[in-house]
Design a protein. Structure first.
Length: 141
């Protein structure tokens, strides 16, 4: 499946027929997405490749290590490598339709916005689960 930023400068491909997604409701993800949560997949490095625009990616990093990559032209959040892990974070909204996507979990529900009335369809977590459980939720093993 393919995806791209709002202006099309940055394009990528994910080698998968379907993806499991999560939504994170923490304050960082709300600010990054501009809405109640972000919705994304985590893809192994060997199933992800850039097609265009890698040189147009800019990054902002918080002192805690949180990183936000975005298109220098349109500002869309774009995929980024997960710190020291063999995986890439892929925002679901960048994927071209039609794709087979399933939201399997919602994280940081204890800190969601007071106006967020989301009724999660999958697993629900007050915080983020341990890394191994997080990956197990998002990948078929």
């Amino acid at each position: 499946m393919r995806g791209h930023c709002l202006c099309g400068t940055i394009a990528f491909e994910v080698d998968a027929e379907s993806l499991k997604l999560y939504r994170c409701h923490c304050s960082l993800c709300r600010r990054q997405s501009g809405t109640a949560s972000n919705c994304a997949a985590v893809v192994p490095n060997d199933r992800f490749r850039w097609l265009a625009g890698e040189g147009s990616i800019r990054s902002w990093r918080k002192t805690t290590g949180f990183r936000s990559d975005f298109c220098a032209e349109c500002g869309s959040p774009v995929p980024n490598a997960l710190r020291g892990l063999p995986a890439v974070w892929v925002p679901a909204g960048l994927l071209d339709e039609p794709v087979d996507l399933e939201i399997v979990a919602d994280f940081h529900l204890s800190s969601r916005a007071s106006w967020d009335e989301t009724v999660p369809p999958g697993l629900r977590f007050d915080e983020i689960p341990e890394l191994e459980e997080f990956f197990d939720l998002l990948h078929d093993r």
